[in-house]
Design a protein around this ligand. Structure first.
Ligand SMILES: [Zn+2]
Length: 259
């Protein structure tokens, strides 16, 4: 497999693409290396899968002082303990069970090994998802909450649609004020984050309406896969298992709304 060179995306953020392409991971996981002002030490966000060459390349990027995880899914977090053993860096995440030698991430501004980051709790894709604002670069690291292409999965039952919509609305407000670029967990960098957030919110509204109509038309009893076949007919079948999770999340949301 050809190794794509590390790419400097903003003054302080570099991307290394992990070699795990797939229907859910797009070209692969984006591992982000953030450098402190002086440049001598850095923070890795989402080391990605336990791929030895990829982790080795990450470890070569500088003096890694901290490993951060946007959420617990393996395509982001699996390589963390191996990268820790290569570098000695602590691991921090919102979920305390993922942390090693570090306190869990809490909302608000934090000094991440000399790099100022604002932690935002953005549950929805998963219950433990966070986004990280690299204020100095007006850049937002979004994990799987916002992707570089297409839309993400609400991974029911851990991910919940109500939470996700709330997270998207909060991100929409933040992006309007403070963000020029989104650094996603998969896919290309997003240069027009406000438009993307609008698209995500609109897409969610449309899908929800489609699911509501499908349930009404199909009549009870209806399985989530019945709804997927109707509503996600435009989506490649390899994505249907993921779509089924999103449908389950949408059905739960509709029940909560009493619709
Ligand atoms: Zn992912």
């Amino acid at each position: 497999m050809t190794v794509i060179a590390a790419e400097q995306v903003t003054p302080r953020a570099k991307r290394l693409l992990a070699p795990n392409p797939g229907p859910m991971t797009l070209e692969g996981t984006n591992s982000w290396v953030l450098s402190a002002e002086a440049g001598e030490h850095c923070v890795v966000v989402d080391p990605g899968p336990a791929d030895e060459p990829h982790l080795g390349r990450l470890a070569e990027q500088g003096d890694i002082r901290l490993i951060l995880l946007t959420h617990h899914h393996l395509d982001h977090a699996e390589g963390a303990s191996r990268l820790r053993s290569m570098t000695g860096a602590p691991i921090a995440a919102a979920d305390p069970s993922l942390c090693v030698d570090s306190e869990p991430l809490r909302p608000g501004t934090t000094d991440a090994a000399g790099i100022e980051l604002m932690v935002l709790q953005t549950p929805g894709h998963s219950s433990d998802s966070v986004c990280l604002l690299l204020s100095a670069d007006h850049a937002l690291l979004t994990g799987d909450t916002i992707l570089g292409r297409g839309t993400t999965v609400v991974a029911h039952p851990d991910g919940r649609l109500n939470d996700y919509l709330d997270s998207l609305r909060r991100l929409r407000a933040l992006v309007a004020e403070a963000v020029d670029v989104v650094l996603p967990g998969h896919g290309p960098v997003v240069q027009n984050p406000s438009l993307t957030l609008d698209f995500y919110l609109q897409h969610r509204r449309e899908r929800l309406e489609q699911v509501r109509l499908a349930v009404a038309e199909l009549g009870e009893p209806v399985t989530p896969m019945d709804v997927v076949r109707r509503v996600y007919a435009d989506v490649d079948e390899s994505l249907w298992p993921a779509a089924e999770l999103s449908v389950r999340a949408q059905l739960e949301h509709l029940t909560e709304l009493g619709a």
